[in-house]
Design a protein around this ligand. Sequence first.
Ligand code: FAD
Length: 437
Amino acid sequence: MSEPLSLVWLRRDLRLHDNAALYHALKSGRPVVPVFIFDRVILDALEDRLDRRVEFLVQEVNRLHDELAKLGSTIIVRYGKPVDVWKELIGQYSIGDVFANHDYEVYAKERDKAVGELLSENGIGFHTSKDQTIFERDEVLTGKNTSYTVFTPYSRKWKNTLTDFYLKAYPTEKYVKQFWQTDPLPVPTLNDMDFQPVGEPFPGRTVADELLDSYNKTRDFPAFPHSTSQLSIHLRFGTVSIRELARQAKEADDQTFLSELCWRDFYFQVLDHFPHVEQYSFRREYDQIEWRNNEDEFDKWCRGETGYPIVDAGMRQLNTIGWMHNRVRMITASFLCKHLLIDWRWGEAYFGKKLRDYDLSANNGGWQWAAGSGTDAAPYFRVFNPTAQAQRFDPKGVYIREWVPEVDQSSYPRPMVDHVMARQRAIDTYRKALAKV
Ligand code: FAD
């Protein structure tokens, strides 16, 4: 019988460098081969067969396949339900151990539990490591050993704890001889999985030092072509190492950029500690709000036809390129929850369909922030004024004109709702809901 293999199950960590699970596998002494599963449970639920995330995954899995072929090895790629695929792999290969990196979503935790049990029944070890965050679950806690629910004290503790030790790279390149030497195996195509290519290039995977230099001044202005890093899709799928990026920000002493990476960790630990946020408000009393949930108004918001130019620009940017600038995400989300009184879960789901960087924890955190129901909620009576936001963050209307070229013409719709009326309606509705508890 051939020597048992160490399999590395890649999920949100599609890279060979600085990868914790891969490093531990390479050090296990057995021949190592990565595995990637296009998860049918997730893919079958996607309505749109043009999906940037699936296209990105296919591109990146092929890149790994080619990098591994150069090392005389391969990646095992399957399309199916994870537990079923693991049953097949156990039947097909002699497997000694399986390595993977932690995943914090409810579905992922259940999936890993089921696969872990299956492996254990077959006498195979399942070893998991932290990789996609700098600090996870219980590493940054309050003085009373409880999880933080407010960002500012969390970020203070996060930054104080952030020594170089936590940013050290896992030197996988030293152990590449451990990769299983074998012929390349095939990778399913988009077509095999019934998807079509969108065919647009994805943003690059590096961040220029100049961007870090100017980030704290430009990051709120969506008209700047490079006001932010656009690395979110790479962080989502782990094609960039979070440690490497944080190291670069720390060396440049860019506290603002580090804070953004901290928000990312913060929302991961919120989801891990408070999994109810996936369906309910973090502050449960906010589930008493009587949303208006008008479907025609929701459609206008989705299409970017609200008559508020900054809201429409953001929604059209999202619909066209699958990405929206952070400042505008905040404005469009607030508009849906407060001005239209539409349940934040509707907006969250729409962003979930469209965002190329869709990440449950950050998206849920962003939406609950906008609705006021989340961890770090601004008081509900603070309602963004979309016109004032546009004047402040897009003063010359450059961003607006890029996405809403007809904004100055008579064909452009009038605001679908009056700001003063909508603001008061939101405050009254929230007040009524919160008075019930
Ligand atoms: P940069 O400004 O260059 O920031 C660098 C990285 O820091 C980002 O790539 C991201 O990983 C992280 N980051 C920055 N801001 C945040 C934040 N507020 N919360 C968590 N992480 C952050 N981000 C996602 O990655 N996926 C989502 O699905 C998502 N949905 C959002 C929904 C709403 C309503 C809001 C208000 C924000 C959402 N964000 C989400 C956070 C933020 O808007 C994006 O991370 C950012 O716009 C991505 O662009 P960038 O890579 O150029 O960001």
